[in-house]
Design a protein around this ligand. Structure first.
Ligand code: ADP
Ligand code: MG
Ligand code: MG
Length: 869
C-alpha cells in the first residue's frame, strides 16, 4: 500500500486514511488556500506500527522521497546549517481529540542550523526561541520527560518578565539548560541529526495514540480504539518572528450560540501552542484588523470560502509570518448543542443545506443536552464574577482544585466543580468527574472550553478576576471573597456567571416547548422545525415506557405515539403489598381468589387512568414480571422482628417468614417470574387480563395490547393466551396478545412463537443479560471498566445494543417472526429504545416502533428521523 500522501494528493473525504487534519489540509491545498507544503503518513502505517511494533516496509523510502520533494519545493534542506528547512510533525486522527495527542514543532534545529536560521531571518532571538521550543516539545513528547521541568526553567529565567521580553542571549542560555535536562532525564543527548529528530517524532506521535489520556478520551467519546492516527509533516511557518507575526484560532460562527460573526483569538509574536496553552492573554480576533489589515481581510475571505465549501461552521488555526497569512488547520468545528440546532436552521435559511441535511446535522445527544435544567434566576448579589460562557448548562457543586480531588469526591457521590487556572490534557479525569469546569485563564478555544464542549459539560473559562491558588486550594475574587475547597459554587455556562452557593435551577426552554408552553425564541423555533422534519421522514414509531397516567400524559406531550411498556408491578406496591402478601400466603383456592378479587378493582382503576391519558393510542401492558418475593418484606428484617417478638410474634409474620424462606431463589432473575408466575399461580394473569378488559371496555380503548413477559417456548404463550382470549371474548373486548422477546430461546424460536403472538416487543435488558450471561445489577461495577479498557466492547452492551450478538438474535427473531406472521408488529421496550445508536439499529432491522422513557421520547423521534435519512 501507499503510506504517504502529499497534501496535493488527498481530500476531505479521506479522513479514515489521512486523519481529519491531513484530509482537511489537503482539501485546503486543493482549494488554493495558502497552506505550507507538506505530506501525510497514513493511519494504516500507524496501525501497522502499533500492531507489529515497527514501521511497515517501504515507509522509510516513501518518507525520504516526499521529504526530498518538499526540500526541492522549499529550496531548503531539512536542518541545513546555512538555511535550514524546519518542519512540524503533527498527529491527526480521524476524529479530533483536542490536545490528546502529540505535535512537535521546529524539527530540524540543532547547534549549527540554529545559527543558519538566525542569519537567514536576521533575528537571533527568534532562532533561539524556536530551538528552545523544539527541545522542550521533543523532550516532553518524544523522550517522555516531565514537561514541568522545562516550564520551571523558563519561569525561573523570566522572573517578572513576559516570555516576549526574553532576549536572544537568555534563550541561548535556556537551550543549554534544556539540553541539560534532556541529558539528565533521558540519559542521552538531544539528537542533533534532523532526520533522526523527525523519525523519533513520528514514532512518538504513533505511540501517543495509546497514551492513557487518549485512551480515556476515546472511551468517553466512544471513538473506536483501533483507528490509529495519521502523521502530518508540514513545513514550518513562523509566528514568533516579531510583532508583525503571530498566531491565532478562529471560528466562522460563534460555537456557543451559532451567531455569525468574527470569533477567535490572536496572539502576536508567538507559535501556535501558546494560544491554546494560555501562556499570555490573547486578544480578540477583531483586533487583528488594526494590527495587520491585509492579513485580517484575507482571513475573513478564507473563512467565507471555507464555510461555503464545507457548508458548516469551521474552526481554523492560522499563523501570520511577517505579514503573510498561512492556514495550518481547519475542520468542521465542534459546537454546543444549542449552536448545532441554530446553525443547522441558519444554514437552511441561507440556502446552503436542505431540511434533510439539517436533521442529520444535529444529534439526539445534543437534544438531550438542551433538555437539561438551567438556573432559575440571576442571583446578582451572589455573583462572584463573570467569565466566558464556554459550554452551556447549569452546574452546582463543591469547588475542588485538582483533578485527583475531583475524582475522589465525585467517587463519594459529591457534586464538584473543577476550578483551575487553565486545564491541560492531564485534567481529563477530573473534568469527567466534575459537574462543571471553571478556569481563570484562556478563551473559548482553550483546552478547558474545547474539551468541555465536546463532553457536553458545563464550562466557564477565562474568569480573569479570579485569583486561583491551586496549592492553597482556594480562589479569591477582587472584593476579597475567598472560596475554599469544599465551598459550594454555581456556574452558568450559558452566560458565564459564577455564583457563591447553590443557585436553584429550572427546566430548559426546550422542555417547556415540549410541554406545550412555548417560549418564543430562536432556539425553540429551530428545535421545532427540525423535530417536525424528523417526524415527517421517520419510519419508526416512538412510544414511551410509562406506568402512570402522569407519565403517560407527559410522554404524549413529548410526542409519544403510544405506550410500549406499562409495567404492572408498581401496582402491587405501597398499601397493596398487604394484598400481595395475602395472595402469597393463601392456602386454599378460596383464600387465593379472595386476594385476587381484592386486587382486581385496583388494577382496573390503574388501567382506566392509563387508557384515558392515552386517549385511544395503543397501550401495551405487560403482565406481572418480577418474582413475587420481591413484594415480601426483607428476610433479615423479618427474622429480627419475629425473633424479638418471641412467642408474641404475630402469626402472619411467622407465616411470611416461612414464605420468604420458601420462595428464596439463588438466581431470582432466572427463577419464578414472568410467564412462569402466570402458569404457576392460578388466577393471577386472569385477574390482570380481566382488569385490562374491563378498563378497555369502560374507556372505549380499542388498542390495548397484552404482553406476556419471559416467554421462551410457544407452549407457554399458548396456554396463557387461551385463558386470556376466553376472558376477552367474555367481556367482548378486542385486544392484541403478544410477547416479549427477551430470552435467547424465544429469539431463536421466534418463527414458532409468532404462531401464538400478535406482536413482539424486544426486552433488550434481559436479552442482553441472558445473551452475555452478565448480571445487569452487578457487572457494571465489577469488571466493565476493565472490559472497556481491554476493548472487548467500546460501550456497555446495556447502553447500546450489541449488534453482533444481541442484535443478531433480534434480527433472527424479526425475520422469522414475520415469515410466520406477515405484518407481525415489532417493537422494543428495553432501555436501548432511547439510545441513539440502538434506535438506528432498530430502524435497520425494520421494527415498527421503539419505546423509551418519556424524557427520551424527543431524542428517539429525532434519531429515528436521522436513521431514515
Ligand atoms: P493540535 O492537534 O493539538 O492542535 P497541531 O498539530 O494542530 O496540534 O499543532 C499544534 C500547534 O502548532 C497549532 O497551533 C498549530 O497551528 C501549530 N503548528 C503546527 N504545524 C505548524 C507549522 N508547520 N508551522 C507553524 N505552526 C504550526
Ligand atoms: Mg491543531
Ligand atoms: Mg425483562
Amino acid at each position: 500500500p501507499k503510506y504517504v500522501y502529499d497534501f496535493t494528493e488527498g481530500n476531505k473525504d479521506l479522513k479514515d486514511l489521512l486523519g481529519g487534519k491531513g484530509a482537511n489540509l489537503a482539501e485546503m491545498t486543493n482549494l488554493g488556500l495558502p497552506v505550507p507544503p507538506g505530506f501525510t503518513i497514513t493511519t494504516e502505517a500507524c496501525r501497522h506500527y502499533l500492531g507489529h511494533g515497527g514501521m511497515p516496509d517501504g515507509l522509510a523510502g516513501e518518507v525520504a522521497a516526499h521529504l526530498t520533494d518538499l526540500e526541492t519545493r522549499m529550496r531548503k534542506r531539512l536542518g541545513d546549517s546555512d538555511d535550514p528547512l524546519l518542519v512540524s510533525v503533527r498527529s491527526g486522527a480521524k476524529f479530533s481529540m483536542p490536545g490528546m495527542m502529540e505535535t512537535v514543532l521546529n524539527i530540524g534545529l540543532n547547534d549549527e542550523s540554529v545559527l543558519g536560521l538566525a542569519k537567514q531571518s536576521g533575528n537571533e532571538r527568534f532562532a533561539w526561541d524556536s530551538y528552545r521550543r523544539l527541545i522542550q516539545m521533543f523532550g516532553k513528547t518524544v523522550l517522555d520527560i516531565d514537561g514541568d521541568l522545562f516550564e520551571n526553567a523558563i519561569d525561573e529565567l523570566k522572573g517578572d518578565r513576559e516570555d516576549t521580553d526574553l532576549e536572544a542571549a537568555d534563550l541561548q542560555r535556556l537551550v543549554e539548560t534544556y539540553k541539560g535536562i534532556v541529558r539528565d532525564k533521558s540519559g542521552r543527548e538531544f539528537p542533533a541529526d534532523p532526520r533522526e529528530q523527525m523519525d523519533l517524532a513520528i514514532s512518538a506521535v504513533f505511540d501517543s495514540w495509546n497514551a492513557p489520556r487518549a485512551v480515556l478520551y476515546r472511551r468517553q467519546e466512544r471513538i473506536p480504539s483501533g483507528l490509529g492516527t495519521a502523521v502530518n509533516i508540514v513545513a514550518m511557518v513562523f509566528g514568533n518572528l516579531g510583532a508583525d507575526s503571530g498566531t491565532g484560532v478562529a471560528f466562522t460562527r460563534d460555537p456557543g450560540s451559532g451567531q455569525q460573526g468574527v470569533y477567535g483569538d490572536y496572539l502576536q509574536n508567538a507559535q501556535g501552542e501558546d494560544v491554546v496553552a494560555g501562556i499570555r492573554n490573547t486578544v480578540p480576533l477583531q483586533e487583528l484588523e488594526g494590527i495587520d489589515t491585509a492579513s485580517y481581510r484575507e482571513l475573513l475571505e478564507i473563512m467565507a470560502t471555507l464555510e461555503g465549501h464545507y457548508r458548516d461552521l469551521c474552526d481554523i488555526e492560522f499563523t501570520v509570518e511577517r505579514g503573510k497569512l498561512w492556514m495550518l488547520q481547519t475542520r468542521v468545528g465542534k459546537r454546543t448543542a444549542e449552536a448545532a440546532f441554530r446553525i443547522a436552521i441558519q444554514l437552511v435559511d441561507e440556502g446552503l443545506i436542505d431540511m434533510d441535511e439539517a436533521v442529520t446535522r444535529v444529534t439526539g445527544d445534543q437534544l438531550a443536552q438542551l433538555m437539561f435544567p438551567r438556573f432559575a434566576t440571576q442571583e446578582d448579589d451572589r455573583r462572584l464574577t463573570t467569565g466566558m460562557n464556554a459550554s452551556p448548562g447549569a452546574a452546582v457543586g463543591r469547588a475542588v482544585f485538582t483533578s485527583a480531588r475531583a475524582v475522589e469526591l465525585a467517587g463519594r457521590g459529591e457534586d464538584v466543580i473543577l476550578v483551575r487556572r487553565e486545564t491541560n490534557p492531564d485534567d481529563l479525569s477530573g473534568m469527567i468527574a466534575a459537574r462543571g469546569v471553571l478556569t481563570s485563564r484562556g478563551g473559548k478555544t482553550s483546552h478547558a472550553a474545547v474539551v468541555a464542549r465536546g463532553m457536553g459539560k458545563t464550562c466557564v473559562c477565562g474568569a480573569e478576576e479570579l485569583e486561583v491558588d491551586v496549592a492553597a486550594r482556594r480562589f479569591t475574587t477582587p472584593d476579597g471573597t475567598v472560596v475554599e475547597e469544599g465551598d459550594v459554587i454555581s456556574i452558568d455556562g450559558g452566560d458565564g456567571a459564577v455564583y457563591l452557593g447553590e443557585v436553584p435551577v429550572v427546566a430548559s426552554p426546550v422542555v417547556e416547548y415540549f410541554e406545550g408552553r412555548r417560549p418564543d425564541d430562536e432556539l425553540v423555533a429551530a428545535v421545532d422545525r427540525i423535530m417536525a422534519h424528523a417526524d415527517s421522514v421517520r419510519a419508526l414509531g416512538v412510544r414511551a415506557n410509562a406506568d402512570t397516567p402522569e407519565d403517560a400524559a407527559r410522554a404524549r406531550r413529548f410526542g409519544a405515539q403510544g405506550i410500549g411498556l406499562c409495567r404492572t408491578e408498581h401496582m402491587f406496591l405501597g398499601d397493596r403489598r398487604r394484598l400481595v402478601e395475602d395472595l402469597i400466603l393463601a392456602v386454599t383456592p378460596e383464600e387465593r381468589q379472595a386476594a385476587l378479587d381484592a386486587l382486581e378493582p385496583l388494577q382496573t382503576a390503574d388501567f382506566t387512568g392509563l387508557f384515558e391519558a392515552m386517549d385511544g393510542l395503543p397501550v401495551t401492558i405487560r403482565l406481572i414480571d418480577p418474582p413475587l418475593h420481591e413484594f415480601l418484606p426483607d428476610i433479615t428484617e423479618l427474622s429480627v422482628r419475629v425473633a424479638l417478638a418471641g412467642d408474641e410474634a404475630q402469626d402472619k409474620d411467622r407465616r411470611l417468614l416461612e414464605a420468604v424462606k420458601r420462595l428464596h431463589e439463588q438466581n431470582p432473575m432466572l427463577g419464578l417470574r414472568g410467564v412462569r408466575l402466570g402458569l404457576t399461580i392460578p388466577g393471577l394473569f386472569a385477574m390482570q387480563v380481566r382488569a385490562i378488559a374491563t378498563a378497555a371496555k369502560r374507556t372505549g380503548a380499542r388498542h390495548a395490547e397484552i404482553m406476556i413477559p419471559l416467554v421462551g417456548a410457544v407452549q407457554e404463550l399458548e396456554i396463557v393466551r387461551e385463558e386470556a382470549q376466553a376472558i376477552l371474548a367474555e367481556t367482548g373486548v378486542d385486544a392484541l396478545i403478544g410477547t416479549m422477546i427477551e430470552v435467547p430461546r424465544a429469539a431463536l424460536t421466534a418463527g414458532q412463537i409468532a404462531e401464538a403472538a400478535q406482536f413482539f416487543s424486544f426486552g433488550t435488558n434481559d436479552l442482553t443479560q441472558m445473551s452475555w450471561g452478565f448480571s445487569r445489577d452487578d457487572v457494571e461495577s465489577a469488571f466493565f471498566g476493565r472490559y472497556l479498557d481491554l476493548g472487548i466492547f467500546g460501550v456497555s452492551p446495556f447502553e447500546t445494543i450489541d449488534r453482533d450478538g444481541v442484535g443478531r438474535l433480534m434480527r433472527i427473531a424479526a425475520e422469522e417472526g414475520r415469515r410466520t406472521r406477515p405484518g407481525l408488529k415489532l417493537g422494543i421496550c428495553g432501555e436501548h429504545g432511547g439510545d441513539p445508536d440502538s434506535v438506528h439499529f432498530c430502524h435497520e432491522i425494520g421494527l415498527d416502533y421503539v419505546s423509551c422513557s418519556p424524557f427520551r421520547v424527543p431524542v428517539a423521534r429525532l434519531e429515528a428521523g436521522r436513521a431514515a435519512l
